[in-house]
Write a protein that binds this ligand. Structure first.
Ligand SMILES: *[C@@H]1O[C@H](CO)[C@@H](O)[C@H](O)[C@H]1NC(C)=O
Ligand SMILES: [Cu+2]
Length: 166
């Protein structure tokens, strides 16, 4: 395989990673009581291919629910649920809004509910220029820096792979 071919293959393999972001739900507070997840979502751009990482203690769980159950804090019929773990990673797979709540009694009513609007994956050929509201400039910056970091990862990967192949 020529170096040029190898580089092209690597680039193709790396493209999906360029715009993928892992969001830690609630930032350092994690998935917990006392966090306003509506505020946390505000100003962030979520896309297909991104990942939500829930970090939580044993008193909490993560349930994926539909919108009516989200609205009513009804965790009795989740479409998916995760518990016991110290963290749960959920890949965002389709456009739309995903709804989450903590099924521990009282926790959803206390605010442990999360609605995430998911946009289509960014096209690598048409770089996205998200325009978050000015009040959430800091969130936007965090997201932007993570996207820039994944470019860095790709460069490192390509350099390493090149070294292995030659
Ligand atoms: C969370 O913040 C939003 C505004 O970002 C507000 O409308 C809502 O009432 C807050 N929720 C709680 C439980 O305080
Ligand atoms: Cu909880």
């Amino acid at each position: 395989m020529s170096t040029a071919t190898a580089a092209l293959l690597l680039l193709l393999a790396a493209v999906p990673a360029v715009f993928a972001v892992t969001f830690q739900v609630g930032d350092t507070a994690g998935w917990n009581n006392g966090v306003n997840y509506t505020t946390w979502v505000n100003g962030k751009i979520f896309r297909v291919g991104d990942t939500l990482e829930f970090k939580y203690g044993p008193s909490h769980s993560v349930s994926v629910v539909d919108k009516p159950d989200y609205d009513n804090c009804d965790g009795s019929r989740p479409t998916q649920s995760f518990s016991g773990g110290r963290e749960t990673k959920i890949r965002l797979r389709s456009v739309g809004t995903m709804h989450f709540l903590c099924p521990t009694p009282g926790h959803c009513l206390g605010g442990m509910k999360l609605a995430v609007p998911i946009l289509a994956a960014a096209s690598p050929m048409h770089s996205p220029s998200p325009s978050p509201s000015p009040g959430n400039a800091e969130n936007a910056r965090n997201t932007a820096s993570k996207r820039v970091m994944s470019y860095g990862n790709i460069v490192v990967t390509m350099v390493l792979m090149y070294g292995v192949m030659r």
